[in-house]
Design a protein around this ligand. Structure first.
Ligand code: ME8
Length: 529
């Protein structure tokens, strides 16, 4: 197994404020980065902003601002959101950073010198929204963009082309040798059947119709196509072709011990799974290990999009319900890899059922019983005592194994579900063991074991959930009196480490939400309503 990790989000367009779909992707990457760091692995986590292109130039013009001033102001929203979501990115790359522009110009020159890029003329159907040219077949009789379904227009432009034909066979061979490169697998089949098999045209990689981009050194009336520009962020941020010291790049890109994972939405798979590998092949660089394609979150009335205005801003949700409720909802509700629907009802239900009732209430009951039966001190671990102890302990141990295996494979939702199965089983264990009856019957040893098992299962759940929840595990550890040295992730591998600590009753971890108030509140946040 590789022992170092480089995980990236797409770099989002600062054309408008970010919505919950962007928060979804970045949060899930953050969960993964935290998980790897907790395990003790060196991990580099990158996010950023994709600031060039016609769309941004137009939006800036409409706002009466220069493109640079426009993006500078929107970037503040990006950075504020990531701070409030407790995102632990190691760097934030902007495509207007000088370091990035240097890398892109070098890549372009190298491709030109190698003969992978040539000057030609493009005649075809142009989609202003996607900034992409399409063929007659792709736009069909209705002349609609195959990607966003908006009308396309006829356009002709002098442009540089990247020779995709040179790398198609190598790409297909790479797919064969690396079956997990694009996951879920359905996305790989889509790439092959929809784009590669029908014949991949050479890719237009420069524009002359606008100026908000990185100029081509050799011919400055051209700016580099926004996707060649944007995709290069994954290496420019590591210092490739812009930094004298190659240490960071060597560590997180060149070294085969590093697992490189790009997490992307289904809307941008084509660029990451076809063109990005080809650009890297042209440059003679190693390819990423994985393009993990997550699904899109929709609203009840269909696809969420900034331009349609039916989006939800995550900031007021964080403000009202706390960062953990939002992170939990994002990571748990929609299976990572499938599409999902955001509804206020589900948000409230998830918080109430999982966090307030199952998890928070388990802590509350446990602390109250330890107070009542043992003067607030968690009894020592004595192994298997009651007939219910063995199953619960085995489940706790198995949960750690399952959680780690699933997380390692980016099955983040499943990993969280396995922790909540343990939480449910622990609640059930209270029903089975009936501590109040053990007390009545003076079964002191059994009662002590039950209290110890409850505390230890909560400890396992909270320790594992530290990648997802950033505040609640600490509160739980405080209430159970867990010492600093036991808050180290690795301790979760041994069951029964708690015993002897003094508990301190605190506020509920997650207050129950009143659906009659909160559902209308969240619904009111949906733009355009
Ligand atoms: O495409 N549900 O930027 P972008 C879930 N700049 N995720 C969503 C989503 C939704 N409804 N909407 C957006 C770009 N996303 C380029 C990327 S990368 C080199 C350049 C997430 O601002 C999802 O991850 O349109 C998607 O791929 C990404 O935001 C697109 O963000």
């Amino acid at each position: 197994m590789k022992n170092r990790f480089y995980i990236t989000t797409p770099i989002y367009y600062p054309s408008a404020k970010l919505h919950i779909g962007h928060a979804y992707c970045t949060t899930l990457c953050d969960v993964y980065a935290r998980f790897r760091r907790l395990q003790g692995y060196e991990t580099y986590f990158l996010t950023g902003a994709d600031e060039h292109g016609l769309k941004i130039e137009r939006n800036a013009e409409a706002a009466g601002m220069t493109p640079q001033a426009f993006v500078d102001q929107i970037i503040l929203n990006f950075q504020d959101l990531w701070k409030r979501l407790h995102i632990t990115n190691d760097d934030f790359i902007r495509t207007t950073d000088e370091r990035h522009e240097k890398t892109v110009q070098t890549l372009f020159s190298n491709m030109l010198n190698r003969g992978d890029i040539y000057l030609g003329k493009y005649e075809g159907w142009y989609c202003r929204h996607e900034e992409a040219f399409w063929t007659d077949t792709q736009v069909g009789n209705e002349h609609l963009c195959p990607e966003c379904h908006r009308p396309v227009e006829r356009a002709e432009e002098e442009t540089y082309f990247f020779k995709t034909s040179k790398y198609v066979d190598q790409l297909l061979a790479f797919y064969d040798q690396n079956p997990n490169f694009i996951t879920p697998i359905s996305r790989k089949n889509e790439m092959i059947n929809t784009f590669i098999k029908p014949g991949l045209a050479d890719l237009s990689v420069s524009r002359t119709s606008f100026t908000w981009g990185i100029p081509v050194n050799e011919n400055p009336k051209h700016v580099v196509y926004v996707w060649l520009d944007a995709l290069s962020n994954y290496i420019s941020a590591l210092g490739y072709a812009n930094e004298k010291d190659p240490a960071l790049f060597n560590k997180f890109w060149t070294d085969e011990n590093t697992e490189i994972i790009h997490v992307i939405g289904a809307d941008i798979t084509r660029f990451h799974a076809i063109y990005w590998p080809m650009f890297l092949m042209s440059e003679g660089l190693r390819l990423p290990d994985r393009e993990f394609v997550h699904g899109l979150l929709m609203m009840k009335d269909g696809k969420m999009s900034k331009s349609r205005g039916n989006v939800i801003d995550p900031l007021p949700l964080i403000e009202r319900y706390g960062v953990d409720a939002v992170r939990y909802y994002l990571a748990r509700e929609t299976v990572f890899g499938s599409d999902g629907v955001f509804t206020p009802e589900q948000f409230v239900e998830r918080t109430n059922v999982d966090l307030a009732n199952d998890f928070g209430n388990l802590l509350n009951r446990t602390v109250s019983m330890i107070d009542k039966y043992f003067g607030g001190q968690i009894p020592r671990y004595e192994g298997i005592v009651t007939v219910f102890d063995e199953d619960l302990e085995n489940l706790a141990r198995q949960t750690v194994v399952d959680y780690e295996n699933k997380m390692a494979n980016l099955e983040i939702t499943d990993a969280i579900m396995s922790v909540f199965s343990l939480v449910s089983a622990t609640n059930k264990y209270i029903d089975n063991t009936q501590p109040w009856n053990l007390k009545k019957a003076n079964s002191e040893r059994e009662l002590a074991s039950v209290m110890n098992h409850l505390a230890n299962c909560l400890y396992v759940a909270a320790t594992l959930l530290q990648s997802v929840l950033v505040e609640a595990p600490k509160k739980l550890f405080d209430q159970l009196g867990v010492e600093e040295d036991l808050r180290v992730y690795d301790r979760v591998h041994q069951f029964g480490v708690l015993g002897g600590q003094h508990v301190h009753k605190g506020d509920p971890l997650f207050p129950r939400l009143d659906a009659t108030v909160e559902v209308p509140f969240i619904a009111s946040l949906m733009q355009g309503k």
